[in-house]
Design a protein around this ligand. Structure first.
Ligand code: NAG
Length: 373
């Protein structure tokens, strides 16, 4: 009887062990995640490097190139496929990776994704599946450097944890969705070099975490929203090469950490706000606009410019004397305006060449011709 009892105990222990063994099998990726990944893969074609060669076997959390899983839930949490990479897998093929195909909506079945990085493949086309706005754990979307067309999904604002949205260097059209102003975690917005139209949402200033807003090389119109100047973390504002009109908000010059302001190649009018020239901005390009009036005589020791490009506008009057009080001016360009008078002399000017001052009405003095008299 006792022997039988202990046999039962041993057997039940074995059952427990088997169940525990079963539990370790559960630690592989979920079959539904695996199926979604394979469906995602089936819409892409990458013949040169073979990034998908490793996508085989049952456990998509182990050894599948570019796939990462949450260590606790074993759900797929990231897809990271970069066409230009230091990774050894790229040494198999020397040519920079060309992946074609499109991003399958199957990606939306990976409900625990926090990163989608499919960057610099040059050839991935098609649209951004609109269902990605249901992937509520997304923090990082980076599709830079492909041929993706269509629009930024209108519902993108549902992604309340999204920190990085980089869709630069694609063929996106349509407007910046209004819902973007609900992405309160967003710190990095990059839509450069697409065909984006329409205005910058008026309420963009709600996005208090933003530090980089890069929208250059699109067809954006409307004015620079005043609310932008209330994003006190903003370091880099690049709106160059668009169709932005209206004045430069004076409050841009009062932003505490703004370092780069590129507004070149737009239809900006009005005058240069006085505060802009003694602000935290060290990289200022206003070239190629319709800016008129005088250059404000408000330079001072706080003025530190690695680049100060005011060329190709309608500026009049002299180059202000206070400019020599600047602590540094690396590259100055005031060419193609209507400036007149003697070029100030002093330390920030010693290294400048005549081309910096060319094509004005009547500038004179070093490095141009003598003022005579
Ligand atoms: C300023 O912008 C213009 C027009 O986009 C560009 O040609 C120029 O190189 C820029 N200036 C500097 C110093 O980068």
């Amino acid at each position: 009887m006792d022997a039988k009892k202990s046999l039962v105990t041993v057997l039940s222990n074995i059952v427990v062990l088997l169940l525990a063994g079963g539990a370790t099998v559960v630690q592989a990726c979920l079959p539904s995640d695996r199926a979604a990944l394979l469906e995602f893969r089936s819409k892409l074609n990458e013949p040169y490097i073979g990034v998908f060669i490793t996508w085989r076997g049952q456990d998509c959390c182990r050894g599948w190139y570019g796939v990462s899983c949450d260590p606790n839930t074993h759900r797929v949490s990231g897809i990271t496929l970069r066409g230009e990479s230091e990774d050894p897998i790229f040494q198999r093929a020397k040519r920079s990776g060309l992946m074609t195909g499109s991003i399958s909506p199957a990606i939306c079945k990976l409900t625990h994704l926090s990163n989608i990085i499919i960057a610099d493949w040059k050839g991935v086309s098609g649209v951004i599946p609109s269902c990605i706005s249901n992937l509520l754990f997304l923090r990082h979307i980076d599709l830079v450097g492909n041929r993706i067309s269509g629009v930024v999904p209108a519902d993108i604002g549902k992604l309340q944890y999204l920190k990085v949205l980089n869709l630069a260097d694609n063929q996106l059209s349509g407007g910046i969705p209004w819902s973007i102003t609900r992405l309160t975690s967003l710190s990095h917005l990059d839509l450069r070099n697409n065909y984006v139209t329409g205005a910058i949402p008026r309420d963009i200033g709600r996005l208090k975490m933003l530090s980089r807003v890069l929208l250059s090389g699109n067809k954006i119109s409307g004015q620079i929203p005043e609310s932008l100047t209330r994003i006190y973390r903003l370091v880099d504002l690049d709106l160059a090469m668009n169709r932005i009109a209206g004045p430069i908000p004076a409050s841009l010059g009062g932003m505490s950490v703004l370092a780069t302001l590129n507004l070149d190649g737009n239809l900006i009018s009005g005058e240069i706000p006085e505060t802009l020239l003694r602000s935290s901005i060290s990289n200022l390009n206003l070239s190629g606009n319709l800016i008129a009036g005088r250059i404000p005589n408000t330079f001072g020791p706080r003025s530190y410019f690695t680049v100060l490009d005011l060329s190709r506008n309608r500026l009049q009057g002299p180059i202000p004397a206070s400019i020599t009080a600047s602590s540094f001016i690396g590259h100055l360009d005031v060419s193609h305006n209507h400036l007149c008078g003697k070029i100030p002399t002093g330390s920030p000017f010693d290294h400048l060449e005549a081309t910096s001052f060319a094509y004005n009405d009547c500038l004179c003095g070093k490095p141009l011709r003598n003022c005579g008299k």
